[in-house]
Design a protein around this ligand. Structure first.
Ligand code: NG6
Ligand code: CA
Length: 511
C-alpha cells in the first residue's frame, strides 16, 4: 500500500511534537552540603542507614564518578547554576555574610533556560551566592538582585550558610516576618561593647566553637559575623530541614500541572550541625551523621510528595553534593571523635577544600521512573553539566556566551547503554589558591599553584602539607591518590598539563 508522503510527514511531525512535549520532565535537584562519597549506605556507609536515598539509587542510576566542580560551596553552586567553571570568574570563593549577588542580574542560568521554555522554577534552601547590588544586601528592603533576577520565579532561602549571620529566611525579595520596628543590622564589626559573642559568653553556648564562629550568638550558637534586630524573623536551626520540606511540598503541589524545576538546597550536613530534636542521637556518630539521616528523611518526603501527586514518571530527581566531607569545620560537635570506622570520603583522599578526589567526587544519583533503567554508572558526570544536558534534552536554548563549560551528557545522566559522560573534568578548590585537579579518563593530574594543600578532613596528617606543584595518579590502580607516578609517566603528565592549560586559557571548554 502506498501511503501519501504528506501523511507520513504529518505523522512524523506530530510524533516529534508529542515526544518533545513528553520529554519535558519536572526536575528536582537535591544538593547536599558537605556530603562525602562514603556518607550514604548506598555508597558503602555501614554505621547508619539512609533508606530513602538508597531507594532513589536503587530505582535510578548511581554514579561512581559523579562530581561537583569545586570543593567548597559557593563555586560549586555558581557553576551548577551558570554552567561555567567558577575559576573563570573572580570572587566566586566562599561568600561572606554581606556578599552582593555573585551572579549578576540577567545572567543565563539553568533556571532561566527552563523558565524560558515554560517551567516554573524555584530554589528552596541554602543560597550562599550573595544577595543585592554592589553595596551588598539591603536586609530591610528589597534583596535584589537575587535568584529572581536570573531565572527563578520563587525563592525561599537561608541567605548564606547557617554558620554565618543572619538566621532569617528570605522569601522572594524580602526577609520573612521582619518587623520594621526591629530592623535587621548585619556587619563585620561588633555593634557595641556589650554585644554578647562566642568569646565573651562562651560558657552559655549550647555548642562550642573550635575555630572562627565566635561572633554574634543566636540560639546558643555563635556565628561568623555580627547582627542585631530582626528578632521576629529569626528561625531555630533545628527547624530548617522541616521548613525546606514544607515549602517545597507546598510549591510542588501548587505547580504540579506544569513542568517545574526545583533546586532543593539542603543545609545538611554543614556546620553548625543541629538536626531537629527527633533526629538527635539517631546514629552513634553524633550530629554529623544525624544530619545525614535528617536529609535522607527530606529526600523521602520529596519522593512521597511526587508519588502522591502521580508525578514519579514525569520527574527527574538528581541527588548530588556541593563538596566533599569535613569533620571539624569550626564547631565542637564530635564529628571526628565519634567517627569510628566510617569513611566519609569513601576510598578517596581529601575532602572539602581539597583537589584530591575526596573534595569533589561525591554521591550522585539520577532517578526518573519509567525512563531510567536502574543501574550503576562509571561515566564521569558533574553538576556543571546539568544545565547543558537538560537544555539539549528539553529543547531549551543556551546563548553562545553562556554555560561555557557545561556539556550535553544527558545520555549518561539517564544511564543509557553506551552513552558517554565527560572525557575530562577540571576540579577546583575554593579558588584563591589556584589549585586544580584534572581528571582525564583514569588519569588524574593535580596542579598546586599555592604549593600547599589543605585536607582538614579525615587524614589530619595532610593538613597544610606542602605538595609538589604537579602530581600524577592512575585512579584505576590508585583511587586514593597515594602514589605519585609523574616520574614514570612524564609524557602523560605533559599531555594533561597542556590540556588543563588550554581549558583554563581558552576561557571556555564548551564548543
Ligand atoms: C570557612 C569556615 C567554615 C565554612 C566554610 C564554608 C571558618 C574558620 N571556616 O571559612 O566553617 O563555613 O567557610 O563552607 O570560618 S561552604 O560549604 O559553605 O563552602
Ligand atoms: Ca558545602
Amino acid at each position: 500500500m502506498k501511503i501519501p508522503v504528506l501523511f507520513l510527514l504529518f505523522a512524523a511531525l506530530s510524533f516529534s511534537i508529542a515526544s518533545a512535549e513528553e520529554r519535558k520532565p519536572n526536575v528536582i535537584v537535591i544538593m547536599a552540603d558537605d556530603m562525602g562519597y562514603g556518607d550514604l549506605s548506598c555508597y558503602g556507609a555501614t554505621a547508619f542507614e539512609t533508606p530513602y536515598i538508597d531507594q532513589l539509587a536503587a530505582e535510578g542510576v548511581r554514579f561512581t564518578s559523579g562530581y561537583c566542580s569545586a570543593s567548597t560551596c559557593t563555586p560549586t553552586r555558581y557553576s551548577f547554576l551558570t554552567g561555567t567553571y567558577a575559576f573563570r570568574k573572580p570572587n566566586t570563593g566562599i561568600a561572606p555574610p554581606s556578599s552582593p549577588s555573585i551572579i549578576p542580574a540577567g545572567t543565563p542560568t539553568i533556571a532561566s533556560m527552563l523558565k524560558d521554555i515554560g517551567y516554573n522554577t524555584a530554589v528552596i534552601g541554602k543560597w550562599h551566592l550573595g544577595l543585592g547590588g554592589e553595596e551588598g544586601p539591603d536586609w530591610n528592603g528589597d534583596l535584589k538582585p537575587g535568584p529572581l533576577e536570573f531565572g527563578f520565579d520563587h525563592c525561599f532561602l537561608l541567605p548564606t550558610t547557617n554558620d554565618r549571620v543572619p538566621q532569617v529566611y528570605v522569601e522572594d525579595h524580602r526577609v520573612l516576618n521582619l518587623d520594621p520596628n526591629d530592623p535587621l543590622w548585619v556587619g563585620k564589626k561588633k555593634p557595641s561593647e556589650d554585644h554578647p559573642t562566642g568569646i565573651t559568653h562562651r560558657e552559655t553556648l549550647k555548642m562550642d566553637w573550635t575555630h572562627g564562629h565566635n561572633s554574634t550568638i543566636h540560639n546558643g550558637i555563635s556565628r561568623i559575623g555580627f547582627y542585631t534586630g530582626g528578632h521576629a524573623a529569626r528561625f531555630r536551626d533545628e527547624d530548617l530541614a522541616d521548613k525546606w520540606v514544607e515549602k517545597s511540598v507546598e510549591w510542588i503541589e501548587e505547580k504540579k500541572e506544569e513542568p517545574f524545576f526545583l533546586f532543593f538546597a539542603s543545609h545538611d550536613l554543614h556546620v553548625p550541625r543541629i538536626p531537629h530534636e527527633r533526629f538527635q542521637g539517631v546514629t552513634p556518630l553524633g550530629y554529623r551523621a544525624d544530619s545525614i539521616v535528617q536529609l535522607d528523611w527530606c529526600v523521602g518526603e520529596l519522593m512521597k510528595a511526587v508519588d502522591r501527586l502521580g508525578l514519579a514518571e514525569d520527574t527527574l530527581f538528581v541527588f548530588c553534593s556541593d563538596n566533599g566531607p569535613v569533620m571539624d569545620d569550626g564547631y565542637a560537635d564530635e564529628a571526628l571523635e565519634k567517627l569510628g570506622d566510617h569513611k566519609a570520603a569513601g576510598p578517596y583522599t581529601g575532602g572539602k577544600y581539597s583537589v584530591y578526589e575526596g573534595g569533589t567526587r561525591t554521591p550522585f544519583i539520577t532517578r526518573w521512573k519509567g525512563t531510567i533503567e536502574p543501574g550503576v554508572s562509571d561515566e564521569i558526570v558533574s553538576t556543571i553539566d546539568l544545565y547543558g544536558s537538560i537544555a539539549a534534552f528539553t529543547g531549551g536554548s543556551i546563548p553562545e556566551e553562556a554555560a561555557l563549560d557545561s556539556f550535553d551528557v544527558m545520555g549518561a545522566f539517564l544511564g543509557d547503554a553506551g552513552a558517554e559522560g565527560r572525557a575530562n573534568f577540571v576540579q577546583q578548590d575554593n579558588g584563591k589558591g589556584g589549585n586544580y585537579g584534572f581528571r582525564s579518563g583514569d588519569w588524574k593530574l593535580q596542579r598546586h599553584d599555592s604549593k600547599k594543600t589543605r585536607n582538614l578532613v579525615v587524614e589530619k596528617l595532610l593538613e597544610n602539607t606542602p605538595v609538589p606543584e604537579f602530581q600524577l595518579f592512575d585512579l584505576s590502580k590508585d583511587p586514593g591518590e597515594k602514589n605519585n607516578v609523574i616520574q614514570e609517566y612524564p609524557e602523560v603528565a605533559e599531555e594533561l598539563k597542556a590540556e588543563l592549560e588550554t581549558i583554563i586559557a581558552s576561557g571556555r571548554s564548551r564548543q
